[in-house]
Design a protein around this ligand. Structure first.
Ligand code: ATP
Ligand code: MG
Length: 323
């Protein structure tokens, strides 16, 4: 049995995670789900968005399934639960898969998630503000290896997006990506960040595995979600050396929470990525989602009138037909 830690969170988090867990249970009996609380309520009780003893248990799990939590702007000392988990669990690679549900095409983005401008070294001294954009050989090698694995698994290539013509760090990063990919026989294509944004808008499905550092990757991966039709269907994975965490890209969506109309597909496809990670094969879930989307009623964010429950039941019905 695999142990999966489930952190539903708040807002629509619990609504979509409930759907994802039911879908996972429909495809495999080999996973045990253990639930944990986290977020503002836990912070107010113990000063951290997740209890220390829960974090220990989560570290011992095989993978994490995360919903969403609301991060208030005005709560002193609060750091969001997902940022806390990424740091505590050493999750350095962020993988977003933006699906075109009707054709099966995907945009695949690998974002370095621990270095770059978000490493957290910054200072204001004498009227000058400086942020350090850290790229280490170790960090570049491990994210390059991760992107190479993604490209190999898809029989694809890497598009490395950078500003190496200006930034020393990207020149260094680019050389390491080429070294690592060269050893594995994976092709690397170059793209300069500014002109690449136009390509990502115009021809989004043609770039193999898109790899970039933290800030560029952050912007590109949000931009790319517009091609999905709704942010509610985009899944993601956060990977480290020990454990991986899977979550829909969307947030807690307080405007629709409790109405029963949240799109569960992003959470369900995150569950499919989780199964792949465990070696249990998420392709049955992806096939069921595509099958459902052809004729099934969708939620309002996709222009339909379905409720969360209709979509979850419809996808489970497709799984039963495929099994
Ligand atoms: P956060 O700060 O937590 O990332 P956010 O405000 O940036 O939150 P979301 O919570 O993702 O972003 O919401 C953005 C918009 O997309 C909202 O109008 C929300 O209702 C809608 N939305 C997000 N997720 C879904 C979903 N699963 N189904 C339907 N609509 C969604
Ligand atoms: Mg957001």
């Amino acid at each position: 049995m695999y142990r999966v830690a489930v952190i539903p969170g708040d807002g629509i988090g619990p609504e979509v995670i409930d759907g994802a867990v039911r879908v996972l249970k429909a495809v495999t009996g080999r996973v045990r789900f253990e639930y944990y609380e986290g977020g503002v309520d836990v912070f107010q009780e113990c000063g951290s968005p997740i209890r220390e003893e829960d974090l220990e248990e989560i570290r011992r799990s095989d993978a994490v399934l995360f919903g969403a939590t609301t991060t208030p702007f005005d709560l002193p000392g609060y750091r969001s639960l997902i940022l806390t988990l990424r740091k505590e669990l050493g999750l350095y690679a962020n993988l977003r898969i933006i699906p075109d549900l009707r054709t099966g095409r995907e945009i695949v983005i690998v974002r370095e998630n621990s270095e770059g401008l978000y490493f957290g070294i910054g200072a204001v001294v004498n009227g000058r503000a400086v942020d350090v954009r850290l790229i280490t050989r170790e960090g570049a090698e491990r994210i390059a290896r991760f992107a190479v694995e993604q490209a190999k698994a898809r029989g694809s290539f890497i598009t490395f997006v950078h500003k190496a013509n200006v930034l020393t760090g990207d020149k260094f990063f680019r050389r390491i990506v080429r070294e690592v990919a060269g050893e594995e026989g994976v092709e690397v294509r170059d793209a300069i960040i500014d002109s690449f944004t136009i390509k990502l808008v115009r021809n989004p499905w043609e770039h193999g595995v898109i790899l970039s550092e933290n800030l560029f990757g952050d912007i590109l991966s949000d931009l790319a979600t517009v091609h999905a039709g709704s942010i509610g269907i985009v899944p993601s994975g956060n990977y480290g050396d020990g454990i991986a965490l899977f979550e829909p890209v969307h947030g807690s969506a307080p405007d629709i929470a409790g109405k029963g109309i949240a799109n569960p597909i992003g959470a369900i496809l995150s569950g499919a990525m989780l199964l792949d990670y465990l070696g249990l094969d998420g392709s049955l879930i992806r096939a069921a989602v595509r099958g459902y989307v052809v004729n099934g009623e969708l939620t309002p964010d996709m222009g339909g009138r379905a409720r969360t429950e209709d979509v979850v039941r419809g996808i489970i019905g497709e799984i039963e037909d495929l099994l």
